[in-house]
Design a protein around this ligand. Sequence first.
Ligand code: 6GU
Length: 240
Amino acid sequence: MRVDVVSIFPEYLAPLELSLVGKARAAGLLDLRVHDLRAWTDDRHRTVDDTPFGGGAGMVMRPDVWGRALDDVLTPEAHLLVPSPAGAPFTQRTAEALALEEHLVVACGRYEGIDARVAEHYASRGRVTEVSLGDYVLNGGEVAALVVVEAVARLLPGVVGNPASLVEESHGAAGLLEYPVYTKPASWQGHDVPDVLLSGHHARIERWRRDEALRRTADRRPDLLADLDVAQLDRHDRQV
Ligand code: 6GU
């Protein structure tokens, strides 16, 4: 997969050299390129923003600069992602859909955002999705680009060593939060690992994990339980 990230702070994307995403790049599974938006400015001050029409606080990113950048970076098959607190929620389902794409371009806005005509223009020529990480405000799209690239890259074939570890995780196919996990020592600081996990009784362990996943989800994310498809949960149970 190819991913291009355009930002006025390309150094913000440095962590993508590390860990699993860095290894995916080194292995040739992910062709990730980070660009400085200011390369497409045409004035001495390398201006990327201006005051909002209609007034108000803050600055808006200019469509002409973004247009030159995106005309250079987009390919006919690219899917343009624009991180924004006003976007559609970015979920595991979004990551799964994006992992099937050939080419993603992430346009990181700063300030009050990018002139709305940019998304409108490119939506008329290809696919554009505005995505939000959640209901809070960040200073720009760079952290969202890190999140999107990590969530998508780990779904690419060959990136995660053991594909089974993608099956049972939180927000996976069952739609539940993951059950709690434990390792040695069996007793630590007066806290003991639940007996059932030491029992070797596979069916009882599976039932306990499913109960704990349901309990956690009901406690922390009742909204997920409301969306739960019971038939899907049963299918998932038979599969694990
Ligand atoms: Cl994607 N961008 C910004 N600036 N703020 C956010 C966000 C994105 N998602 C949640 N808050």
